[in-house]
Design a protein around this ligand. Structure first.
Ligand SMILES: NC(=O)c1ccc[n+]([C@@H]2O[C@H](COP(=O)([O-])OP(=O)(O)OC[C@H]3O[C@@H](n4cnc5c(N)ncnc54)[C@H](O)[C@@H]3O)[C@@H](O)[C@H]2O)c1
Length: 397
């Protein structure tokens, strides 16, 4: 294989494209956004990820990476478009369908189609396969179809795309083998072959496992609140058991993976996936609990000033997608809880909130609500916290 087309140039598609280009492939990156295409063709990047800028600049300068609004004939097509959910927590597969439709006019016998987007079980066999068949292609006979889920951690994507172990699910065993040929050329981690639906489930199950574990921790935090116990001490002591590993509670669960993926299983098996659904509901209910705590604290002041520390969905990044902290800030404003001072050191601005610097927030707030365990917040001098009411949802203070 020499020519590869990657559809979707975001956090997954762009690192993959630039790594493939560094390996010597001719890569055409396709995105529906003109701005993204122009940015990449100028050798720059539109997202924040360590080292990605260097890879993209080198790939574009070497002529191995180009970006375009439309696909071209290639030997392999990698689909890395968004798979969000829509109303009613139903998966929105319209991006996957649109990307598949866009490549069909360029498909030729012997081509490989890979779905990298995190997808509900049976997306390859029930969504992509019918579109390919309608166009006259039969995966396993004249073309190859496989699902290769991504497990990368934002902030370490350039390293993890190469080093992580990979699961490759073929629509047929031949499809899996064909996809393995491509991945083995740039992945150093072990590659495990399976069928496409198992591969789809593997990714969803990994994130659902973490969601259920966090829901357990979050439920414990509510129980401890009722019993007036310190949940952090409780978990620390319980985790001394050699076979117990409870994760940490928090203000809720955010991000585009753990807060989304379990719903894909629930949507597919609504009667059976009871624990997975409940875990989502427990984690989605946590922001309401935090808001209640802040409202109770605010009652002690005539004109309370509430310092919101952190908006991101996890520490030390600027990613705000599905963040429970944003939900909490919105709800506090909606309820007129007090004067809000919102501090997010990783963002310079936010469309809904005027951001305040940490020093001023610490000085002026009566109540400090810690929503993200950013390094900057961990370093705060504890003396400064003493005169404040502190609601530490991450357990760092
Ligand atoms: N970001 C992560 O850390 C991560 C980790 C594992 C899995 N995933 C999964 O990978 C997939 C992509 O995620 P992402 O974070 O890269 O998304 P993203 O939003 O960063 O990027 C997706 C890109 O696809 C483009 N796009 C939309 N429709 C298109 C189409 N029809 N054709 C071409 N381009 C199109 C968008 O303009 C955007 O630039 C999702 O399914 C996600 O769940 C992401």
């Amino acid at each position: 294989m020499k020519q590869i087309c990657v559809l979707g140039l975001g956090y997954i598609g762009l690192p993959t494209s630039s790594i493939l280009a560094a390996k010597g492939y001719h890569v055409l990156g396709v995105d529906v956004s003109r701005k993204v295409v122009d940015t990449i063709n100028s050798g720059k990047i539109h997202i924040t990820e360590p080292d990605l800028d260097l890879f993209v600049k080198a790939a574009v300068q070497s002529g191995k990476l180009r970006a375009s609004l439309t696909p071209e004939p290639s030997e392999a097509f990698i689909i890395a478009v968004p798979t969000p959910f829509k109303d009613g927590k139903k998966p929105d597969l319209s991006y996957v369908e649109a990307a598949t439709a866009a490549i069909i006019p360029h498909l030729q016998p012997g081509n490989l189609v890979i779905l990298e987007s995190t997808s509900p079980p049976q997306t390859c066999s029930h969504v992509i396969l019918p579109l390919l068949k309608k166009a006259g292609f039969t995966p396993g006979r004249d073309i190859y179809l496989a699902h290769c889920p991504e497990r990368v951690l934002p902030g370490q994507i350039m390293r993890e795309v190469v080093e992580n172990e990979r699961v490759i699910g073929g629509y047929t065993p031949e499809c899996a083998e064909k996809a393995k040929e491509l991945y083995a050329s740039f992945v150093k981690g072990a590659i495990h072959l399976t069928d496409s639906t198992t591969a789809e489930m593997v990714k969803l199950v990994e994130n659902s496992f973490r969601d259920v574990n966090i829901a357990f921790a979050n439920e414990l935090s509510l129980i401890c609140d009722e019993l007036k116990l310190n949940v952090w001490e409780l978990i620390k002591l319980a985790n001394l058991h050699p076979r117990v590993n409870i994760l940490r509670p928090g203000p809720g669960v955010g991000g585009h993976c753990i807060a989304v993926d379990p719903w894909f299983i629930v949507d597919t098996c609504p009667q059976t996936a009871r624990l997975i659904r409940t875990a989502r509901e427990v984690n989605d209910g946590k922001p309401e609990f935090v808001v209640k705590k802040v409202m109770q604290a605010a009652e002690r002041f005539k004109n309370p000033v509430i310092g919101i520390l952190g908006l991101a969905y996890k520490p030390d990044i600027d990613d705000l997608r599905e963040s429970p902290a944003i939900e909490i800030a919105h709800e506090l404003r909606h309820k007129n809880a007090g004067q809000l001072m919102v501090c997010e050191p990783y963002c310079s601005e936010h469309p809904d909130f005027e951001l305040c610097d940490l020093e001023t927030t610490l000085k002026q707030a009566d109540i400090l609500v810690l929503l993200v365990a950013h390094q900057q917040f961990k370093k705060i001098d504890r003396e400064l916290l003493k005169p404040k009411i502190v609601i530490d949802t991450c357990g760092i203070w």
